[in-house]
Write a protein that binds this ligand. Structure first.
Ligand SMILES: [Zn+2]
Length: 461
């Protein structure tokens, strides 16, 4: 299977995942994961694992799912699915990076295309449907067990599994990429130990990753021997940002009220004081966010106030606390505070999104539109920025522009039909006399471009 056929199949799957109710766009976690992912991609390029052809043809995008199950999966065409449940069990950034490096290597080593070639008798659409089915089943522990028992389902699962040799190759290549990117090799062993411990438990249904990645003693032994070949390293300093991101992943994975109450009570428990600084920070971060979810804002502020001194002197960690303070202020409806606590100098995407959404709600839609226009000019595939831009235009009564921005958000998530519906609605408005001639001509040319993408898609079937 060549790279363009693989990319097309990946696109079919990614299109469905974008529409999955568990798909989550979170500026903070997106940025955190993307930073790791970009470092790994750069390392894979340097090592020649990522060829210029694949680099250009594939998407190299990570899609987060708010599932609590522990799972990560490489898809055809360079898309990667990552569940918040997996982020929330990684003790270090290196452990998270090790999973991403392993999955990345499945793609660069063309394991997926080799599997697809073995299944060549299946139509591509069937394959895409099978992969989607397996993803859906991996989300529920019960369905997961059915997957292992049912005859037909079993056949499905086998056809999607990488061989043992492929797994070992992804471990080996992934290890090289991980260390080249500057992550600690201990990440691999730490993650393996965690998976092995989970595989001994009866509730491994929460670990669909284990079904696709059986933890053999062989894999663990190989990882350990690689680790011993390297020079001994001092233990890395505590990573407050990572523990806070774990805390964020825990709360955003929709755990239900009882679990949120558990997170909220953690910093008041007797064992809290015995935790190290990083774990205390993670625990207070979860508590503040969980309080806000439970709409107890005084307590959310109390947790934030305890978090502040812990992160003092650690600029990246302090930045995350400012972002959290802004998010909580926004949820509380204190819009001026939501903008106030943002570090204006940061100029990164999460800050921009937070400021823009507070501006839209507080009657400053024109300022928000200006910020967001710059963002989508740099990142035309930023669906969240397009959607916010659409509401900023809408608040200013710029209906045509609002519809077009909404359409662009659909394009960014590969839903060309929905985009086309919106472009047509905008064209109707123009015909009825909505005279913004420049905007009308942009809409016509974008509608033609998307129409040809739709035709291409129809031909693939
Ligand atoms: Zn694997």
């Amino acid at each position: 299977m060549n790279t363009s056929a693989e990319r097309k199949m990946g696109q079919k799957i990614a299109r469905e995942l974008f529409r999955d109710p568990d798909y989550i766009e979170d500026p903070v976690l997106d940025e955190y994961v993307l930073d790791i992912w970009k470092r790994l991609l750069a390392a894979a390029r340097q090592r020649g694992e990522l060829t210029p052809e694949m680099d250009e043809r594939f998407a190299w995008e990570v899609l987060l799912g708010k599932d609590r199950t522990i799972n990560a999966f490489a898809l055809p065409g360079g898309w990667l699915g990552l569940h918040l449940g997996l982020i929330s069990v990684t003790a270090t950034r290196d452990e998270l990076a090790s999973v991403l490096a392993h999955e990345l290597s499945h793609v660069t080593q063309r394991h997926i295309s080799r599997l697809m070639a073995q299944e060549a008798k299946q139509a591509p659409l069937m394959l895409a449907a099978m992969i989607l089915g397996a993803i859906a089943m991996s989300k529920s522990a019960d369905a997961g067990n059915a997957l292992l028992i049912g005859g037909q389902a079993l056949a499905t699962q086998n056809s999607l599994n990488f061989s043992r040799d492929m797994e070992r190759e992804a471990d080996r290549v992934g290890y090289g990429v991980l260390t080249q990117a500057g992550f600690e090799p201990q990440g691999f062993v730490g993650m393996f130990e965690k998976l092995q411990a989970a595989s001994r438990l009866s509730d491994s249904g929460n670990f669909p990753y284990l079904r696709t990645h059986p933890m053999t003693t062989e894999r663990i032994a190989e990882a350990q021997s690689r680790l011993q070949l390297g020079a001994p390293r001092p233990a890395p300093p505590p990573d407050l940002v990572h523990t806070m991101m774990m805390g964020r992943a825990r709360v955003l994975s929709n755990p239900g009220v009882d679990v949120l109450r558990g997170y909220v009570s953690e910093p008041g428990s007797g064992s809290f004081n015995s935790l190290g600084r990083a774990r205390q920070a993670g625990s207070l971060y979860s508590a503040a966010l969980a309080h806000a979810k439970l709409r107890d804002f005084p307590q959310a502020h109390a947790a934030l106030a305890r978090l502040g001194p812990l992160v003092a002197g650690d600029a990246p960690a302090a930045r995350q606390v400012s972002l959290l303070a802004s998010e909580i202020a926004f949820q509380e409806g204190d819009l001026s505070q939501a903008v106030q606590v943002i570090d204006k100098a940061a100029k990164a995407r999460p800050e921009l999104i937070y400021v823009a959404q507070a501006q839209i709600k507080s009657g400053r839609a024109a300022d928000a539109a200006q910020l967001l226009q710059t963002q989508v000019a740099v990142s035309p595939r930023d669906a969240q920025a397009w959607l916010l831009l659409s509401s900023a235009y809408s608040a200013q009564g710029l209906t045509l522009r609002a519809i077009r921005a909404d359409a662009e958000a659909r394009v960014a998530q590969l839903d060309y039909q929905a985009a086309m519906d919106r472009f047509r609605a905008a064209q109707d408005l123009v015909r009825k006399g909505n005279a913004d001639h420049i905007e009308a001509s942009i809409i016509d040319s974008r509608a033609r471009a998307v129409d040809s993408l739709l035709r291409e898609q129809a031909l693939e079937r």
